[in-house]
Design a binder for this molecule. Structure first.
Ligand code: PHE
Ligand code: NA
Length: 500
């Protein structure tokens, strides 16, 4: 007989876990610069429009699929329609790729948290990061290991496997209940402290001064939708998996709105903190904020070390900043790996600990083989770019088109949500999901495809791009289709029917 499915003990625990997934590196190091670069204060308009017209509708869609299916992504889709199972396997592949490189960023953050106390980067954080810390060589595949990264990468995987093997409530739920409040405390402290730095106001002015003309640029709208999709962790199985652990009578739309607005609130807070700190950095160097504003790896591992070295109480800033990256990233990482563990559990009718090991050990091995080496930075950058541009966006687009137009499952999903929703969804939801969302996703996908074909991403050599970029993207889709034709084990076959 099928085992009783795990669940979160309450809606509150689910909300913490969902916020834990949504609030990640994207909030801290991506949103501030995207907003700054796309109209500053004026960006709030496309951003809010994107949240309301695509973010929340797609979030409700993910919740509906997972909560109705009460299963992992592949099995939830299969329970909707046999022919859509491949979408779930595609999600599994995408999350494998993300897990492999996310662990490395967490490992770097862990290391930099400790560096903050000794300011190991000296007076040239840029050279230190690439040459001394990562020991990045020429952009070609290398298996020369860098021990200073290898050790924290192993630690991250051990911690992750430990949490995951404790299960949905005692592992995932408990970790988020502890880490999310801690993250919020640390981050608020960081923002408040940054606001006291010299030049903080200059930074905020640079961020919030609206450039209204940007509203006429399509690229700005694409950036807003792109940020919302990435930031809410929608469209690649994460929210499907988490919502499958909710009790059967749950207010899905009310819950989704809480998660969506909490995530956006955190982004806004990060914008304030990051630009206050960048304002300090520019003032200290006697230059403009535009000279120092950046995002991603450059912001975290080059700009922030500079700020930490120059600001009063720099070590505290470092502890709070890298600690926030670590906690925000770890809780996202948990959600990424859970998509895979849940799928394996369903497919092979496996217990929690066995499935965690079957997933965690090979993923950790791949991650450890590829990331803490002299080419780790390049492989990470390529995997990240291609899986985001052509994995997540394409899977989101294909799943909406398939469900809306080919198997026509939206009415069933709407009815499922409305059974216990505080905020009912209807025709507006369907139009936003079936019309607005695919147009935006399709436009973004095609325009990035054209630019990527015209010029090799970041000028990397074709050998690297063909394997870790294009090859990886194609492999994920082909594997997903092949795996969807494989038979299910005898015991899990009983589970293929939708729950009563
Ligand atoms: N949503 C997260 C963020 O905004 C990122 C994330 C990516 C989370 C992939 C889970 C999986 O940072
Ligand atoms: Na986010």
């Amino acid at each position: 007989a099928p085992k009783k499915r795990e669940s979160f003990s309450s809606r509150k625990v689910f909300i913490f876990a969902a916020i834990g997934s949504a609030v990640g590196l994207g909030n801290i190091w991506r949103f501030p610069y995207i907003a700054y670069d796309n109209g500053g204060g004026a960006f709030m308009i496309p951003y809010l429009v994107a949240l309301l017209t695509a973010g929340l509708p797609f979030l409700f869609f993910d919740y509906a699929v997972g909560h109705r299916g009460r299963a992992s992504s592949p099995l939830s889709f299969r329970r909707l329609n046999r022919g859509t199972e491949f979408i779930g396997w595609w999600h599994m592949g995408i999350n494998c790729i993300i897990a492999i490189y996310y662990a490395a960023i967490l490992a770097w953050s862990l290391r930099y948290m400790i560096f903050s106390f000794t300011q190991a980067w000296g007076d040239d954080p840029a050279t230190f990061f690439a040459a001394d810390f990562l020991q990045a060589g020429d952009p070609e595949l290398s298996f020369n290991f860098v021990p200073g990264i290898l050790i924290p990468t192993v630690l991250v995987w051990v911690a992750l496997i430990a949490v995951m093997s404790l299960g949905v409530q005692k592992g995932i739920g408990a970790a988020n209940i502890v880490f999310i409040p801690l993250l919020i405390l640390m981050f608020v402290a960081l923002v408040v402290y940054s606001l006291t730095l010299d030049g903080a106001l200059t930074g905020l002015t640079a961020l919030f001064t609206p450039d209204w003309s940007s509203l006429a640029e399509p690229q700005v709208w694409v950036a807003a939708y792109g940020q919302i999709f990435f930031s809410l962790s929608i469209g690649f199985g994460i929210m499907i998996t988490y919502s499958s652990y909710l009790k059967s009578k749950t207010d899905l739309t009310g819950t989704g709105a809480v998660v969506g607005f909490a995530n956006s609130g955190f982004e806004l807070l990060a914008g304030i903190g990051v630009f206050a700190a960048l304002g300090f950095m520019a003032t200290a160097a006697g230059t403009q904020v535009s000279e120092v504003a950046t995002s991603g790896i450059g912001l975290a591992f080059i700009a922030f070390p500079t700020i930490i070295s120059q600001a009063p109480g720099g070590a505290i800033i470092g502890l709070l900043f890298f600690g926030s990256l670590l906690f925000a990233g770890f809780t996202s990482m948990i959600s990424i790996v859970e998509v895979i563990v849940a799928g394996i559990q369903d497919k092979f009718d496996m217990g929690r600990v066995n499935a965690t090991l079957l997933v965690g050990v090979p993923l950790a091995a791949l991650s450890i083989l590829l990331m803490p080496t002299e080419s780790g930075l390049y492989v990470l950058d390529i995997l990240d770019n291609f899986v985001n541009q052509f994995g997540i966006l394409a899977a989101g687009l294909v799943s909406i088109i398939t469900l809306a137009y080919i198997v026509r499952a939206l009415p069933a999903l709407r009815d499922h949500v409305n059974k216990s929703a505080s905020l009912k969804i209807g025709p507006i939801w369907m139009v936003l999901l079936a019309l607005v969302t695919p147009i935006i996703l399709g436009y973004s996908l095609i325009s990035t495809l054209i630019t990527s074909l015209q010029e090799p991403y970041e000028g990397y050599p074709p050998a690297l791009l063909n394997v870790f970029g294009w090859g990886m993207v194609v492999l994920l889709l082909v594997l997903a289709i092949v795996v969807s034709f494989l038979p299910w084990s005898k015991t899990s076959r009983a589970a293929l029917k939708p729950p009563a």
